[in-house]
Design a binder for this molecule. Structure first.
Ligand code: GCU
Length: 359
């Protein structure tokens, strides 16, 4: 029997995750090959990530007792020795609970570098037993059409013909933070979640999809060119996003404006890169620009790969959920929080619970 979700997905006419471009069927055995093909397809949207640096050095700048002595606040400078020569450095702030055991951690790609911040409840996360490491995306490259900074001038290319957009540069930096976090004795390498909100949710999906050392990937209200399907999407479309933010993407992506049905992929391909790892897609009920239904359906469509790999994917009762219901039974978590576009305490609590109680 076709469920309501099957029917909604059928109407979108999505490209099939489980068929190679040449029509061959995808199996558990050849999934890795299909994954590589999907990565190549998605590079038409974001471009490839810049090459990994030759090495990364970590310079501790400061350490102070924090949260009434429950944690330490540490600032570290990550110094990346670029393949093409020269260095690129940026700061990371970490709040690390004082305890003797290994800890689960969040890596937050944030809009600001403050700790705490309206999007970063660091003391609450400490009380829940999590370390959190955050960096400000503007310390990587500016969020505009300026390409003078070190990374952008090296890796974006010309404005008229961008080899990759700024989302790819922010994603590259999130992976450097992962390199750093994995060197800390407190880190439990089995529980490292990458999280971003909105444009930085798009970034988290790209970095987390590509680098399988992230054990959980969390997209909060990432919408267009993030978690949401592009075909028949409400609110923001490829045309709208590309007109306003062409520099987030590789240049050719704009050719799909108003031609979403010609895309050889859709955003569920990006989500499927996380399989069989934990993935969480969070929407906000009043965020029609991002389009909660298209975010939910994308997570449903990515479930095919989780099932291929023997996991549950999104467990949804075959209906889009009501507001504030946490779908935590599968390896893909989902909720639609009430209210507007925001990364709230409700969202953080749901993510922490999903990670802690396992799925
Ligand atoms: C704009 C943009 C979205 C983006 C959002 C944000 O609204 O159109 O695609 O997600 O900014 O980053 O807050």
């Amino acid at each position: 029997v076709l469920t309501m979700i099957d029917e909604l997905l059928r109407q979108r006419h999505l490209p099939d995750l489980l068929r190679f471009i040449d029509g061959e069927k995808v199996t558990r055995e050849n999934w890795d090959k299909r994954r590589e093909e999907i990565i190549r397809l998605l590079s038409q949207e974001y471009g490839d990530l810049p090459p990994a640096p030759v090495s990364v050095n970590f310079l501790q700048k400061s350490e102070e007792s924090f949260c009434a002595g429950k944690a330490n606040l540490v600032e570290t400078i990550l110094i990346c020795n670029l393949k093409e020569g020269g260095e690129f450095s940026f700061p990371v702030k970490s709040v690390i609970p004082v305890k003797d055991e290994k800890q689960p951690s969040f890596i937050l790609i944030n809009f600001h570098d403050d700790v705490p911040d309206r999007y970063l409840p660091s003391e609450e996360l400490c009380d829940l037993g999590f370390a959190v490491h955050s960096f400000c995306y503007k310390d990587i490259t500016s969020d505009d059409e300026n390409y003078n900074g070190k990374l952008a001038s090296f890796y974006c290319g010309k404005k008229e013909n961008l080899e990759r957009g700024k989302i790819a540069l922010w994603a590259w930096a999130a992976i450097r933070v992962l390199d750093f976090v994995l060197t800390l004795p407190e880190t439990d390498p089995e529980e490292i979640a990458l999280i971003g909100h909105s444009r930085l949710g798009k970034t988290a999906l790209l970095a987390g999809g590509l680098d399988t050392r992230f054990t959980t990937v969390i997209s909060n209200n990432s919408g267009c060119s993030g978690a949401a399907l592009s075909r028949d999407k409400e609110g923001e479309t490829i045309k709208k996003i590309f007109n306003r933010f062409p520099y987030w993407f590789k240049s050719g992506y704009g050719e799909y404006a108003d031609k979403e049905h010609e895309l050889p992929f859709d955003q569920h391909f990006l989500l499927a890169l996380c399989a069989p790892r934990k993935l969480y897609i969070a929407s906000a009920a009043l965020d029609s620009w991002a389009d909660p239904l298209s975010e939910f359906l994308s997570a449903s469509a990515a479930t095919a790969v989780y099932e291929l790999l023997g996991e549950k994917g999104l467990d949804s009762d075959n209906l889009p959920p009501e507001e504030n219901v946490l779908l935590h039974e599968g390896i893909i978590g989902y909720h639609k929080r009430s209210g507007t576009h925001y990364l709230s305490r409700f969202d953080w609590n749901a993510f922490a619970r999903f990670i802690k109680t396992g799925c």
